[in-house]
Design a protein around this ligand. Structure first.
Ligand code: ZN
Length: 65
């Protein structure tokens, strides 16, 4: 993907900066522990499509889905 775009991309959840993980072709939000996929060179910045990383030590909020 075009790495020049990365500084312009923000997490849709927390509006924080994303970090591109070349190895996994994902955009990582460390704050939320979410990794957004990049499909065909296009970042998919949707929380429902994001991969959850290992949870922190905090208790997770109740899942309402
Ligand atoms: Zn975030």
């Amino acid at each position: 993907m075009n790495k020049k775009l990365i500084p312009l991309l923000v997490c849709p959840v927390c509006k924080g900066k994303l970090e591109y993980i070349n190895k996994q072709n994902e955009l990582l939000c460390r704050r939320d522990g979410l990794a957004y996929p990049v499909r065909s060179g296009v970042p998919v910045l949707l929380e429902i499509d994001a991969r959850k990383l290992q949870p922190s030590s905090d208790k997770q909020p109740a899942d309402n889905t």
